[in-house]
Write a protein that binds this ligand. Structure first.
Ligand code: CO
Length: 173
């Protein structure tokens, strides 16, 4: 297992739609292991593979540090198949946007379909933080960032921070 560098805002990989996983092999296991190590090292609630630079449809979600009774979800090729009409607005952050938090409106409940590490289909209902994390991470693998879910006014309030993040990214290369 190895911790990987988290790609931050301004890195092109975050804007690309990730590719479906077709091979459920050792390489996938290693990717998931690395994602988990990276997630826990940063105390995040979720991580998508493209956040560590791998454009594949792999997501890990673990809200146990913030919510009781939750568990780890390893989701391969996940999709939201149902969304409640009811929405809730909660403050959200993203490991690819250090120190940026904003109120984001999302469906209160969702139904998620995915595959597990053995390619078996799984389906579950999610609410609370789990529903939010699943929506956030599935957005990631579709190349959608949480700032795109902000109202234009709220996003404008963060424009300085966003410019800084982009600049840091350029100097990294
Ligand atoms: Co994120």
């Amino acid at each position: 297992m190895a911790q990987r560098e988290i790609k931050t805002y301004g890195n092109e990989v975050l804007k690309k739609k990730a590719q479906p996983v077709t091979e459920f092999n050792e390489e996938l296991k290693k990717l998931v292991d690395d994602m988990l190590e990276t997630l826990y090292a940063h105390k995040g609630a979720g991580l998508a593979a493209n956040q560590i630079g791998i454009p594949k449809r792999v997501v890990v979600v673990d809200t146990s540090s913030k919510e009781e009774g939750s568990r780890l979800y390893i989701l391969i090729n996940p999709e939201i198949i149902e969304k409640s009409k009811e929405t809730i607005i909660v403050e959200e952050g993203c490991l690819s946007f250090p120190e940026l938090y904003e109120q984001i409106e999302r469906a209160a409940k969702v139904r998620v379909r995915a595959q597990d590490m053995n390619a078996k289909q799984i389906e579950f209902e999610a609410e609370g933080l789990l529903a939010r994390a699943c929506q956030h991470e599935i957005d990631h693998i579709n190349g959608v960032l949480f700032i795109e879910r902000m109202s234009p006014v709220r996003r404008m309030l963060h424009s300085k921070k966003l410019r800084e993040l982009k600049k840091q990214n350029k100097s990294k290369k």
